[in-house]
Design a protein around this ligand. Structure first.
Ligand code: SAM
Length: 361
């Protein structure tokens, strides 16, 4: 098994298929103008497929398609189809804001998509507009209904292949999840509503602590609602909330409500999971990032387009992972009271790869 300097395996690849997005969430893309990746640099599906083969050979068994908004990439089901049939890949998932999902869900499912996560931070239309700058809550909720039908049923769960890394008692991730970034004074009064909505859709809700990632130029410590605060809020409403003990490298800690409802919290800001982080990110233009907070990525597009052999590309990926030392979120936490937004706007404009929406969240 290929491991890094901290014995973390290479297992999880987040594959961004575009840096474009059709929302402007204030915690991710709050600016008026953005510098976009040049279109000619975008990896073609065949190129993504070639790189995916190499990653799978080296240990990747989970791929999550992301962006930007991945459903803005034309003909995404074709890519899903190319990836889904790869032997060795046991988990193929998609993270989307859901606005274009209703019209694509059947094609995605038929192409072999295994799981879907929809990001939704509020159930209130006026708030949705304030948070995202677009009046699209209805379209997102239609996407939810479609995802619930395709991925939320017991039948959909039972038909799903199990990731290799979940064998032997490991965690089997749910096929349909809802991710909500919780921000103080913005949507921290919607935890219960979101849990109840998740139940109604057969989706597992995961609350995400607001992170100071590149692009989160409005981030401040005061806006972060910690895992503990979220648990306290839910315990006040539901009674005792029990942790679910799992042996997992998943970013979310899972908890159970008294009625058995499961939910997760991703506490990368106050309690990072760097020590078990097995994920890396490939941008839509082929830069490979080994940490969400990494300043630089490894360029795989240039050698790929320059005619590098399979062996040469494999050696590049292997060396990159073996030398990996990143513990970005832990280093951010260690800053304590000095912690501010991670990347100044000038730097984001100079290098859009520093943006969360470019490296895929
Ligand atoms: N457009 C897709 C979506 O909305 O899910 C995929 C890309 S988005 C960048 C991926 C995830 O990153 C979303 O769940 C989003 O909420 C999360 N995200 C973006 N900025 C964040 C921040 N500052 N803190 C925590 N999560 C963030």
């Amino acid at each position: 098994m290929l491991v890094d300097t901290l014995a973390r395996p290479l297992r999880n690849l987040r594959l961004s298929v575009t840096d474009r997005c059709n929302l402007r969430c204030e915690y991710c893309m709050p600016e008026d103008e953005y510098v976009w990746l040049p279109r000619e640099d975008m990896l073609h599906f065949e190129e993504i497929s070639t790189l995916a083969d190499l990653f799978i050979t080296l240990g990747i068994d989970k791929i999550r398609l992301t962006g930007g908004e991945p459903l803005m990439r034309r003909d995404l089901p074709s890519l899903v189809q190319m990836l889904a049939v790869k032997p060795g890949l046991s988990d193929l998932a998609l993270t989307t804001n859901g606005g274009l999902l209703a019209e694509q869900i059947d094609a995605l499912r038929a192409a072999g998509l295994g799981r879907v996560t929809i990001s939704l931070d509020t159930l209130r239309s006026d708030r949705f507009v304030r948070l995202t700058r677009f009046d699209r809550l209805d379209a997102v909720l239609e996407g939810m209904t479609a995802a619930s039908r395709a991925f939320g049923s017991a039948e959909a769960e039972s038909l799903r292949p199990r990731p290799r890394s979940s064998a032997g008692g490991g965690v089997v991730p749910r096929a349909f999840k809802i991710d909500s970034v919780i921000i103080r004074g913005v949507n921290d009064d919607e935890l219960v509503d979101l849990i109840e909505y998740g139940k109604s859709q057969n989706a597992e809700v995961r609350f995400i602590e607001y992170m100071d990632v590149g692009g989160a130029t409005r981030w401040s410590r005061a806006h972060v609602v910690s895992r503990q605060e979220m648990l306290d809020t839910l315990a006040r409403r539901y009674g005792a909330v029990e942790p679910v003990i799992e042996n997992s490298s998943a970013p979310a800690d899972r908890f159970a409500l008294p009625d058995g409802t499961l939910f997760g919290i991703i506490s990368s800001t106050t309690d990072p999971f760097c020590s078990s982080c097995d994920r890396s990110r490939l941008t839509a233009d082929g830069l490979w990032y080994l940490c969400l907070y990494a300043a630089r990525g490894i360029d795989l597009r240039r050698p790929l387009r320059g005619g590098a052999s399979r062996e040469e590309l494999t050696a590049l990926i292997t060396a990159g992972w073996r030398e990996r030392t990143d513990r970005g979120a832990e280093e951010r936490l260690a800053l304590g009271g000095e912690r501010r937004g991670f990347v100044p706007i000038e730097n984001l404009r100079k290098d859009p790869h520093l943006e969360m929406h470019t490296r895929g969240g």
